[in-house]
Design a protein around this ligand. Structure first.
Ligand SMILES: NC(=O)c1ccc[n+]([C@@H]2O[C@H](COP(=O)([O-])OP(=O)(O)OC[C@H]3O[C@@H](n4cnc5c(N)ncnc54)[C@H](O)[C@@H]3O)[C@@H](O)[C@H]2O)c1
Length: 425
């Protein structure tokens, strides 16, 4: 099958390479000249473990090519995946500008039957909307089908997730399109859910919102555990081993961030409000999440005797989670902005993110030098086993606030640090 991926960002690039692995020929289309040039040269424009070697392999094997030529790319391919961004609009809804622009181009260039698949996360009703936009822009009545096929990969383990999905969701009312989609995924062994496009679109939002809910639940519970001197990790473990609950997304920390959960939870809340059935649970999830970096700041203040003004705070980790350089909606930046508002002096470090900010340091030692407190904001492996005694000797005061509950409290206290975790007793 000749496959076109429109939008070669995190999802589009990964999806394209997975289809190459499954034996298909892929074209990646993007409007961003720099991204296309980098991809053509075998270089990823973002960090994702394991993906760059795969990119090089499939370029060399001529399985994947990249282009900016929308017209030719649409005309020459049979199966078109829309992987463009759906950022949050000002009212919380998903902004469909990019998706609608793509649909318009598809309509204008439709020369034979094609299946158009939305991998972008889009609200309920988008498959119908895109069908209308494509029809409105056609110059001749060429048949086509629109399919909803949401993506569930996680940045940081995108390759594994895309090759070993828990399930594949195919939302279409067309038997022809359904058969083509089944054929496409025939070598991936997992349950396939075939449903209406509206249900498929809802599944993606419901899944992300449920995971966000688990995170806010454990974070809020951790605040109570802190008051009661209970180790929240034991609670997570104790409930997570119940297979009805499962252990994932039950780690207390800085709150969720990234390019998906924040905008997707808000978009579902918006959809529900439009239907006159507000999702009160999700409204609470958002509120709890917004408070979590503030809770971590309270810990910093507790360590420093109530004030952060003129105190030097070393922040380790800028990406919203480990193994990615994605900083979209990262709780680190919420924390940094708040601390700067309160006139703290900030120094930051991240192994992958190069923010260009004047407060960013090259090494961990440089970051902590002269600091009154060190805050762990991202759970990078390389922050787990540092030379703590050495780092302590560089600091002004020996306070560690572990926003990810990832460090060994006993080791830190053993070298003279005072340790503050999130109900990490
Ligand atoms: N990032 C994730 O982990 C993830 C996971 C699952 C689903 N999603 C969803 O997938 C979608 C894409 O997310 P992403 O993180 O890959 O976004 P991204 O911003 O990294 O990439 C989107 C790309 O689309 C390109 N683009 C925009 N308009 C275009 C057009 N008309 N023609 C060609 N290219 C165009 C942009 O230049 C950009 O490179 C979003 O809806 C997102 O919610 C993301």
């Amino acid at each position: 099958m000749k496959i076109l991926i429109i939008g070669t960002g995190y999802v589009g690039t990964t999806t394209g390479l997975i289809f190459c692995e499954l034996g298909h020929k892929v074209t990646g289309l993007d409007l961003d000249e720099q991204k296309i040039q980098a991809l053509k040269a075998g270089k990823l424009h973002f960090y994702e473990p394991g993906l760059e070697p795969l990119l090089k392999k499939h370029i060399e094997a001529h399985n994947i090519t990249f282009t900016k030529d929308t017209e030719t790319a649409i005309k020459e391919n049979d199966l078109i995946f829309i992987c463009v961004g759906t950022p949050q609009g000002t009212d919380g809804s998903a902004d469909l500008t990019f998706v609608k622009n793509v649909a318009k181009s598809i309509g204008q260039n439709l020369n034979q039957y094609k299946v158009i698949v939305t991998k972008s996360t889009v609200p309920v009703g988008t498959a119908e909307l895109l069908t209308r936009v494509i029809k409105d822009n056609q110059t001749a009545p060429v048949p086509f089908d629109v399919v909803s096929n949401p993506e569930f990969l996680r940045e940081g383990s995108a390759l594994h997730d895309a090759l070993h999905p828990d399930r594949i969701v195919i939302g279409t009312t067309s038997e022809t399109a359904r058969t083509i989609m089944r054929e496409l995924y025939k070598d991936l062994h997992c349950p396939i859910i075939e449903t209406h496009p509206k249900a498929s679109e809802m599944i993606k939002y419901a899944a992300n919102s449920f995971l966000a809910l688990k995170i806010s639940y454990i974070n809020e519970l951790a605040r109570v555990c802190d008051k009661l001197s209970i180790n929240v990790h034991d609670v997570s473990n104790g409930i997570g081993l119940d297979h009805r609950i499962n252990p994932h997304f039950l780690k207390a920390g800085m709150g969720y961030g990234g390019s998906c959960f924040p905008k997707d939870v808000n978009a579902l809340i918006h959809t529900a409000k439009q239907q006159g059935t507000p999702l009160l649970i999700l409204e609470a999830v958002v509120k709890v999440n917004a408070e979590q970096p503030v809770y971590v700041i309270e810990k910093i203040k507790q360590a420093l005797g109530g004030e952060v003004q003129n105190k030097t705070i070393a922040v380790l980790g800028l990406s919203f989670k480990a193994n990615t350089d994605d900083t979209r909606e990262s709780p680190s930046f919420i924390l940094i902005d708040r601390l700067l508002e309160e006139q703290a002096i900030i120094k930051t470090h991240d192994p992958m993110v190069k923010s260009g900010a004047s407060h960013q340091c090259m090494t961990i030692a440089e970051t902590v030098a002269g600091a009154d407190a060190l805050v762990i904001c991202t759970d990078w492996d390389e922050y787990k086993n540092l030379d703590w005694a050495g780092l302590k000797s560089l600091m002004n005061q020996p306070y560690i606030i572990d926003g990810r509950n990832m460090l060994d409290k006993e080791i830190l206290e053993g070298v003279g640090f005072q340790y503050f975790g999130i109900a990490n007793q």
